[in-house]
Design a protein around this ligand. Structure first.
Ligand SMILES: [Zn+2]
Length: 309
């Protein structure tokens, strides 16, 4: 049997973050572990499919950001036969999460961190496998292939599910929230801190489309078959972002000034792109976009700063 189930993690709100349950010949992989607080939901999805935690062979995280990897330790603890598969730069932070937790607590504050992520524990190094670019593993008779994709994060890979012709893209193929799709496709990239690199992000989008998948499985949020339509929108946003980061690098403006400018520019972009797509933005839409917009402006200002060396 071959199965692919999208699980809504209910992270912050419905249809914001997904995890994928993939089964082939009785062997199971979770792609994305969301947060510790979501793990009961992931296990409930497994049970609903009539599968046991013992059947889970892999827990896969596309990168170490906590809405993708925060639940890895709790999910591994619940699945006794599972191996964690991660990018080499991500694996070490999951074996010893002290640095990861400290920096997230620094960003969110102790209380908000507990509320969003709960407890993140170390994972036994013997159960963690770091995968090089192009590495393959088998799931039953299916093959999963891993491609390193920089741009959003330096510790990011995507998973090519050859049998399903799906690529699980993490954050390397942007954000397509179901609630913003009512007038047609409306996708945009994540250029959030701290690794954003425009040229690398563009190369990653093209690397994914070159695989000619039937569908992409986005963590934010869901499976989409109009892969090239999404790619074209991402490329347009990313070309603008890349040019702005270069201009910012040359400008001599400080980080705060650049961030303010990028934020203002992005506010205009969203209004223009929405009206171009025929999407009239509601207050709820703007609230959803606002969070990404601020992160994207911060990531871009940091990218500009790094270019100055
Ligand atoms: Zn991310």
């Amino acid at each position: 049997m071959s199965r692919l189930v999208t699980i809504d993690c209910h992270y912050v709100m419905p249809q914001l973050a997904a995890s994928y349950l993939r089964e082939e010949d009785g062997e199971v992989a979770f792609i994305e572990a969301n947060t510790t607080l979501t793990v009961p939901r992931l296990l409930a999805a497994l049970e609903k499919e009539g599968l046991s935690p013992q059947a889970v062979k892999y827990v896969i995280v596309t990168h170490v950001h906590l809405d993708h990897a925060g639940g890895a330790s709790a999910l591994m603890a619940a699945c006794p036969n599972a191996t964690l598969l991660a990018h080499p730069r991500a694996a070490r932070h999951l074996i010893d999460p002290a640095k990861l937790v400290a920096s997230a607590k620094h960003v969110y504050g102790e209380e908000a961190f507990e509320h969003l992520y709960g407890v993140i524990s170390p994972i036994d190094a013997a159960k963690v496998r770091a995968l090089d670019d192009g590495a393959e593993v088998t799931l039953g008779s299916a093959t999963l292939r891993f491609l390193h994709t920089r741009g959003h994060a330096n510790h990011h890979f995507v998973v090519h599910d050859v049998a399903q012709e799906v690529v699980y893209t993490g954050d390397a193929f942007g954000l397509t929230y179901p609630s913003l799709q009512r007038a047609g496709r409306f996708s945009y990239p994540s250029t959030s801190p701290t690794d954003f690199d425009g040229e690398a992000a563009l190369a990653s989008v093209r690397r994914i489309t070159d695989l000619k998948p039937r569908a992409v499985g986005l963590t934010h949020f869901g499976l989409f078959e109009d892969v090239q339509v999404i790619a074209d929108q991402l490329i347009r946003w990313l070309e603008v972002a890349t040019a702005r980061a270069h201009e910012g690098a040359k400008s001599g403006d400080d980080q705060g000034t650049m961030e303010q400018r990028f934020k203002w520019q992005l506010e205009q972009d969203f209004e223009v792109e929405a009206s171009r797509a025929g999407l009239s933005l509601t207050d709820a839409d703007r609230k959803l976009i606002r969070f990404d917009l601020e992160l994207n402006a911060q990531g871009l200002a940091l990218a500009a700063l790094k270019q100055r060396g």
